[in-house]
Structure formats: C-alpha cells, structure tokens
Design a protein around this ligand. Sequence first.
Ligand code: NAD
Length: 484
Amino acid sequence: MVSRVIPVDPFDLVIFGATGDLAQRKILPGLFRRHVAGQMPTDARVIGAARSDLSSAEFRAMARETIAAHVDPALQDAALLEDFLSRLDYVALDVQAGTGWEALRSLVRPDVVQAFYFSVAPVLFGDLAEGLQAQGIAGPGARIVVEKPFGRDLASAQALNATLAAHFEESQIYRIDHYLGKETVQNLMAVRFANILFEPLWNAQYIDHVQITVAETVGVGGRGAYYDRSGALRDMVQNHMMQLLCLIAMEPPWHFDPDAVRDEKLKVIRALQPVGRGDIVRGQYLAGGGGPGYLEDAGNPSSDTESYIALRVHVANWRWKGTPFYLRTGKRLRARTSEIAITFKEPPHSIFDDARGWRENVLVIRLQPNEGINLKVMIKEPGPGGMRLVQVPLDMSFATALGAEGADMPDAYERLIMDVIRGNQTLFMRGDEVEAAWAWTDPIIAGWQARGDRPQPYDAGSSGPEDALMLMHRDGRRWREIRE
Ligand code: NAD
C-alpha cells in the first residue's frame, strides 16, 4: 500500500506553553513525525512561546532531546532532524505580565496559515486570545487550538466560550479532544457509514447494549492536587467518553463535513436522559501493588473525588430506546485498555441444540493498545462430531492489516494538528457541544454534592468497585474483562 501523505499549506504554528509537558511529550515529537512523513512544507515554521527565558538555540536543544526520548529510533534520521530543528524558533513570553508580544509579532508571518496552540493552563486562554488580537498578530484566517479542560461546569464553559468568541469566530476555534484523533475512532465512522453491513442493525432492535471502557493502570500520581478538583466524570466522561458515545449513537450526517457531523453529535448529547442515582457507581483506589491510595496521591484525606466511575446511560430517541450504554473509566485498574464493545442481540430463534446465552455477536473497537476492530461471530467448531458452535474473532489489527503503513499511523495529536492547518474542524468539539455535555453533567455532580455521596474504595489492580459489577448484573449483563 502506498502512503498518501499530502503536504499541507505553508504555516506558522505558535505553541504557547512550548516548554510544558504536553508540548514536549506530544506536540513537538508529533510535528517531527509529520516532518519525517513529508507532510510539512519546506517553509513551515514552529515558534515556541513560554515563560522560560530561553534562546531559540536552547529551545532547539530542548526539542532535540524530547524527540530523542519520544520518537521511535527508526524515524530518527539525522538530516531530517536538523532540517526540522532549523524551522523552530522561540520567544520568551509571559501572557499575564504582557511581555514578549512584540518579539512574537516580528516572527509570525501574515501571509501563511497561522495556528496558535494554547498548551497552557485554561486560566490563560482569555489573555492569549485577547493578546493575539490586541497585538495585531492574528490575521483574519488565524486558528486557535485550545486544550482540555474546557470549563469545569456549564457556567465556566459558557464564560470561556464567550471570552474566546469575543476575539475569534467559532470557525477559528479548535477545541481539541485527542480521542477524536485516534485512528480507530475515525474508523468507527468509516465502519458505520461506508459499509451497508452494520447500519441496518445499528439500533435498539438489534443492539443489546454498548460498553465503553477507558481503563488506566496508573494512579493520579504527581497530578493529584489538580485531579482532585476534577475527578473521573469531569476528566474523562464529559469529554472523551461522551464523544465516543456520540459517534456510536449519532444519525448518519448528510456529509462528512464539520458542521454536519457536529450537528448530529449535538443531537445525541441533547437526547441523553438525566442519570439517576442508581445508574452511577463511583470509586477511589486503595493503596496496593506498591503504590499509595487515592487519598494519599491527592494529598486530601477527606477527598470525595472519584478516580473511577461507571454509568448506565440512555439515549432518548427512536433509534436507541431500550439499549443502554454502559460507560466506565478509572485509574489504577488491572490493565490499560480503551475499547468500545457493541453487543448485538441473539438470533430470535436457534435451530441448533446449543445452550443459549453466548450466541451474540460483539463488535469491539479497540482504541488502545493495538488499535483495531474485532468482530466476534459464531461458526461451526471444526472437525467431526456434529454441529457444535464456537465463537471466533474476525480480527483486524490495523498494524497487521495495513502492514508498515498501519504500524506507522500518526498519533492523535499530530493528525489533529495537521487538521488545524488544513482548516478542517470535523474532529474538534464545537462550543455548543461542550456546553450541552456540561448541561448533562452538572446535575449529576450537584446530586452528589447535595447528598454528600462518597466514592467506594476499590483495590488497586482490580476491575473497580463491586457495585459497578452489580450495575450490569442487575440488568442480566456483565462487563467485559479489563485486559490488554
Ligand atoms: P505544564 O505546566 O507542563 O506547562 C505549562 C506551560 O505554560 C509552560 O511552558 C509554561 O512556561 C507556560 N506558561 C505558564 N504560565 C505562563 C504565562 N503566564 N505566560 C506564558 N506561558 C506560560 O502544562 P501541560 O501539562 O503541558 O499542560 C498544558 C495544557 O494542556 C493545560 O491546559 C492542560 O490541562 C492541557 N493538557 C495537558 C495534557 C498533558 O498530558 N500534559 C493532557 C491533556 C491536556
């Protein structure tokens, strides 16, 4: 298979927060990989901007180190690296003190695509947006990329949207959710809308239930204080898992076009039923496996923030009436895995004399590890001895199916950054989507607070709290095993 990398238009990408963790671990290595893939045009430039007082040469040395640490050695071509580093510049800029803007203005070219990546704390987003306009740096076609978290409730998200809207049009604002940049997530849309096979079955008549799992083995570690103000519902469900749910549940958009797709996602969020108390289980991990417990990690012995959450969610529309969506995510669980599993109903009548209860087809979309798609189907157990059925996977690991090209798939961040340069907002959240998601989330949190609900403890390295199992058992279903 021949790789089809099409270079993007010449651009200046300014990374605010360029010395920070995200820029160093994801953005700079990702840009280098795009450079190796041949997607960066010769006059593309990347300008780092952060508070540290660095020269461009020092910033390049920093980039060299982070690329060595975070990019596959097989891609580390010396000549390409020098070429990439020669496109980097750095400006010391303090948004709050208002220093460094002139130096930035002298570097940003007005006649190329301008993208400004806000890889800084959200409290700085407003000042950055204002500064870019007030200093006359952002041209009419400029794009801004804003990182999560986008608000911590509906009111703060509305305020942030209003602040950004005071300086930029919605068509210039790219709210990043890196889950949407994952290859498999986009494949979910391809599987649904480019094949006739699934869509006729994609409804409550044929789908028994959907499970979405995002499990991590790590705890909150050094981010404890930050995480304790957030929790799993805000940190994972309101954004990433909600987006996955939307892509599964949405109606076919009329076209693969940013607003057509986002209109359909918005309808799903608005159709989400309020979640009752009995539809949620929250947990906090205990010490174990050589690691401290959540309360210690968070530095808050009386914390009632959840490091795990499981929910049963209903989408109130014709397509999904009666099909529950079970969502769970947590830290310090037994394996690191993210997947969506769509369990179809059993055939209405069996012509075989086998036991019931295991004849369902399951479509599993794996986000990590090993991005891929797997469809469990029933076949005859091979060999003599009559007709016995066995469930086997039709497995498509992208790395295997696509060979070298599949193994070398762009990371979510690099794909999304290239979408920003191309001006394609399809995989970015629109302001109204984010607000609708908070409008659904806020009453859940308000309920916990009003009742003083506390999360249940769970063992580190387990599958989460016992009650989460019950959440599905009560419905006569069970969670898929959490494993890599
Ligand atoms: P960080 O604390 O590691 O880096 C912050 C950066 O902001 C530094 O480069 C610092 O110099 C710069 N900065 C701070 N104050 C400034 C000021 N007044 N003016 C100019 N620059 C200033 O943070 P991070 O982990 O890289 O996160 C950046 C953003 O990305 C945050 O919004 C975070 O929520 C989000 N995010 C991070 C990750 C991650 O994996 N690190 C994941 C998702 C989202």
